[in-house]
Every structure is written in C-alpha cells, then in structure tokens.
Ligand binder design. Structure first.
Ligand code: ADP
Ligand code: ZN
Length: 543
C-alpha cells in the first residue's frame, strides 16, 4: 500500500538529468495497495511500447514509408511543452529551408540527432513536426522492426531506406527505438550477427554521405546508455536532444492541446488535473483526455466535466474501478485502516504533500485502495527531511495494521519496495548518510526505464549499506507507529468514515482530523487519546 504519493504521479518533474530527479521520476509511484503492481507496470510498459509497434507494423511491408509533406500535418504547435527540444530542432528546420545559408559559412549540420527520453514524451511527434515545419518528406522505421521482422534483411533494408532518402533529399529519416539495433556490442561469442550487420550498414551509410546532402537522421531511444559508442561518435549521432517528461506547465499545455476537439464543461480546470497527473507522459495525458471523453459518452452526457477528467487520471494510474469486486468486510476494514494510516502519518509530518483523496474502491490494476497526495507545484529537488518523511508515510499503512489489528498483511508490499528504494538511494546515490559521506556506491544505469542501478562498491561495503538501509527504514517506521498510536482515535474515526463512504476527499479528511475528538467508549481504554496538535513541535502540519 501505498500511501503517500500515490499518484503515480507524484513524481517530481524533471528537466534536468540529475539522478535525484530521474530516481524520483521512476519511483515515486502511487501509493497503492498494489498487489499486482509488478504485473501492472509491465502491462503499462507494454502498452506504451505496443502503441509504437502497432504503428510500425502498419508500415512493415515496404521498406520505409514515404510521408508526403503535410499529409500528417504535424507542426511544432501540436507538440505542447518541450520548448528546449523544439528550440534545438528549430535549427534543423531552418537548415532544411535554407541550406545555402549554412554552406556559405562552411557550417555543416549534424547528420544524426538523437532524441532521448522516456516513452510517450513525444519524440516521434517531434520528428514528424520537424518534417512538417520544413515541409520535407518523412521516412520512418523502427529499430525493433529491423531485428524482429526483417530477419536476414536488416542490412539491405537499411541500404534501401537510405537510397530512397537520398533521392528525396532534403528529407527526414526517423529511426525509432534505435537501441534495438544500436546496442553496445558486448563481444560475446555468437552475438547477434543480424543486428551487428544492420548496425554496420547504418554506420556505413552515415559515413558515406557527405555532410549537407539534405538527409537528416533523427533517432529516438529511451536507453541512451546502452548505445554502441560507434553510433554516438562525432559525424554520426553527435547531437543529443533530451525530451523529458513534461513539468506542471507542460502537462497543462498538453492537456489543452488534446482537448481542442473535446466539448468541455465550465468547471474544467486543467491546472488541477495537471497537478494530479504529476509524472504522466504526454501519451498518458492524451489518454486521460480521451478516457474522460469516453466516460462522458458512456454516461450519455454531452460535455466533459472536471469529475470525468479526475476519474480518468485515476483510471490511467490505477486502472478502472472494479465495481463488483467481492471483498470481505474484514479486508475492507484492513484496507481502510491501512490507507488512513498513510494519510494520517502524512498529515502529521511537515514535509509531505497534501492528501487529495483516499479511496478503498478496488481497481483493475490490483490496487485495493490508495491515498493520493498531490504536490502543489513542481519539485526538482528533495531535502533529506522530505525523503525521510516520505519513507515514514510509506510505512504508515503497515503501521496502522499493526496498531489496530496486531496482525500484518501482504498489503504493504509495494510500500516496502518504495521505502527501500528511497532509503537505499539516500545512502548510495545522494550522499545522505554520515558513514559514507559523498561517495557514490551505486550508479544509475538506466535513467528512463525504472532507474536501474549497478553497484560500485566492495562486498563488505554492500553489507554495511544493507544494515544502514534497514536502520533508516526502521527509524521511520517507528516514527509512523508513534504518530498513529498518539492519534488512535482519529485513526478509528477516519477509517470508519472511509469504510462507510469508500472514497473521501482531502478536505473531508482534514475536516475530521481537525474536528474535536468525539467522545466514545474507546477513549477510556486508550492511553493515546491526544489529537494531532496542528501546531506543536511534533511537526504538525498546517493546511
Ligand atoms: P515517443 O515517440 O516519445 O514514445 P510519441 O511521439 O509516439 O512518443 O507520443 C505518443 C502520443 O502522445 C502522441 O501521439 C501524442 O498524442 C501524445 N503526446 C506525447 N507528447 C506530447 C506533447 N508534448 N504534446 C502533445 N501530445 C503529446
Ligand atoms: Zn500502502
């Protein structure tokens, strides 16, 4: 369970590539009771990859599809946010319009530009927009297609593609998922010959054409670190354009772009939706808008309301509501306490995002409930105190189970994973432990897909790190237990309310939390009847 930031999207926006950020982006996921989180994530990943494949299968037969100028009509104005990326690409557009200007000075355009960023951030769109703005043909192929569909023909397909492109120059050649052919050659015996021949052919083609012949190759990848250095050498893909997940403003703009065709109610507030969807990619935001429109049609209404959009944020994060899931009363109670545990710990700490919503309606992703917290703005850095608080919030669900039922469940598995990752990163990546000072014990190997890390320390040190990680999490877990014990009555009161209503808003939550304690029989048997005092040194948080 999760609690704290659920939202998957509580990511912290990014526009730099600092490890903190990449880490948060990947891990600050919903705090959800995700029994099936693993499955869900891989499904989601597949979806985003699947979308692309579908596109490339469509054009699988011919070697590369020629897009007649303007047939798709995508322009920079259709790509919301991503200002930096558009700026770097604008130069290429200018060159395609007026190559003479560049040759006169003796400047040559890079032959290859690498668009680097997580899936669904608009890399393909940007490549098409470059062609659209420059009004030149757009050839596109996907790297996985070379490897999977053109077995035995990869190299000749590459030759074909470039032959066509040179005939049609000036033009854009777009290679999606270039990592599929351009992975580092690992020197393993019996390596993938097919892939290597394809890659060699690509390198030969790039070296073969003189600069300034009007063919510009744009390639996209979300695993830049896995690319063969031969590809990124000067004269090949020597320019790199980061295409990051959108920040708060970017998300708002993307929502607006995709709502152009949608009939909207007067209550729609994209700023709030953008905040709720922290961490969402452009593709997910497009999906949110469409889900909301579908929901509107399903309910026989004529325009999309704020509620439609809010519900679709949750659908995209956690799946559809399972209206008729059969959950025993006891389990429902456990889930209610678990989620309120997260929320209550969060509200009592000072460095946490406000609770937006708590729900115990199961979702198709396997989430049995979640607590959504929404940051009020973009955050690019996290302090040590904030990370500690966040870990405490992650442990709050399990802590509630302990305090109330004395028996624990599997519901905290996702919380445990997230808390551990954060605690570990504090020590190994962020230099936030005294023992290891500013020494990197782990390096992030893939910034965009899950933030994989590789260890860079001795076995002895690894053992010490493991001990420290446990200590760190344990300390926060104890803090969470203490908070919940002190606020046992509020915990009961809110959990029972949630149990009845199944979904409560952040305002309802705060209202009950701040109301005077109802006098019940429970009080006499409870030593911890003190409410959270909102202004004590306990770190009470004002709302
Ligand atoms: P990528 O190639 O980075 O995986 P795509 O360019 O295929 O992503 O984007 C998928 C879809 O997501 C697009 O067709 C568009 O609907 C939406 N999208 C992504 N980023 C943006 C953006 N910055 N502005 C508008 N729409 C976007
Ligand atoms: Zn939880």
């Amino acid at each position: 369970m999760t609690s704290a930031n659920l939202c998957a999207i509580s990511k912290v926006a990014t526009s730099t590539t600092s490890p903190i950020i990449s880490f948060l982006v990947s891990f600050v996921l919903p705090l959800v009771i995700f029994i099936a989180l693993g499955q869900y994530m891989s499904k989601r990943l597949m979806n985003s990859i699947g979308g692309k494949n579908a596109m490339s299968f469509g054009m699988g037969k011919s070697s590369a599809k020629v897009y007649v100028p303007d047939s798709e009509g995508i322009h920079f104005s259709d790509v919301a946010g991503e200002e930096e990326a558009k700026e770097s690409l604008a130069e290429i557009v200018d060159y395609l319009h007026n190559p003479q200007k560049y040759t006169d000075v003796g400047a040559s355009m890079p032959k290859g530009v690498l668009l680097v960023g997580p899936p669904g951030t608009g890399k393909t769109m940007l490549a098409k927009a470059v062609a659209g703005e420059a009004n030149v043909p757009f050839f596109s192929m996907s790297g996985s297609e070379f490897v999977e569909m053109f077995v035995g023909m990869g190299a000749s397909k590459v030759r074909d593609l470039f032959k066509q492109a040179k005939e049609k120059a000036p033009c854009i050649v777009f290679i999606d998922e270039i990592d599929a052919i351009g992975k580092k050659r690992d020197g393993m015996i019996g390596g993938n010959d097919e892939r290597e021949q394809t890659l060699n052919q690509l390198l030969t083609e790039m070296d073969g054409f003189e600069g300034n012949n009007g063919v510009i190759i744009l390639a996209a990848t979300n695993r830049p670190e896995s690319l063969d250095p031969a590809l990124t050498r000067p004269g090949r893909f020597d320019r790199r354009v980061p295409v990051e997940l959108p920040d708060l403003r970017g998300r708002e703009e993307i929502l607006k772009v995709h709502s152009r065709k949608i009939k909207l109610g007067e209550d729609v507030d994209f700023h709030t939706i953008a905040r709720m969807a922290a961490g969402a990619s452009g593709a997910e935001l497009a999906n949110i808008v469409n889900e909301a429109a579908l929901r509107t049609v399903r309910d026989n209404r004529t325009y999309v309301t704020q509620a439609d959009l809010e519900e679709s944020v949750e659908v995209v994060i956690a799946g559809y509501q399972k209206k008729n899931a059969v959950i025993s009363d006891q389990e429902k109670k456990v889930v209610a306490y678990h989620e309120v545990g997260h929320a209550l710990v969060s509200a009592s700490l000072s460095h946490t995002a406000p609770v937006q919503k708590i729900t115990i309606i199961p979702r198709t992703s396997g989430a049995l409930g979640y607590t959504m917290q929404v940051e009020t703005g973009d955050k690019y850095l996290m302090t040590k105190g904030e990370i500690e608080d966040r870990i405490a919030v992650f442990t709050g669900g399990r802590a509630a189970e302990e305090v109330v039922f004395g028996e624990i469940t599997t519901g905290a598995s996702n919380d445990i994973e997230q808390a551990t990752k954060l605690a570990r990163a504090m020590i190994t990546q962020y230099g936030m432990s005294e023992d290891f000072d500013m020494v990197a014990m782990e390096t992030v190997t893939n910034q965009y897909l899950g933030g994989d890390t590789s260890l860079a320390c001795s076995a002895q040190t690894q053992r010490e790190i493991d001990v420290k990680v446990v200590e760190l999490v344990k300390k926060q877990h104890e803090r969470a237990l203490e908070i919940l014990q002190k606020n046992r009555q509020k915990l009961d009161e809110i959990a029972m309310y949630l149990y009845e209503k199944e979904t409560i808003t952040g305002e309802e939550f705060m209202e009950i939390l701040q109301s005077p304690i109802a006098i019940t029989d429970a009080q006499s048997q409870d030593d911890y009847g003190q409410p959270v005092n909102m202004d004590t040194e306990e770190g009470g948080k004002e709302v």
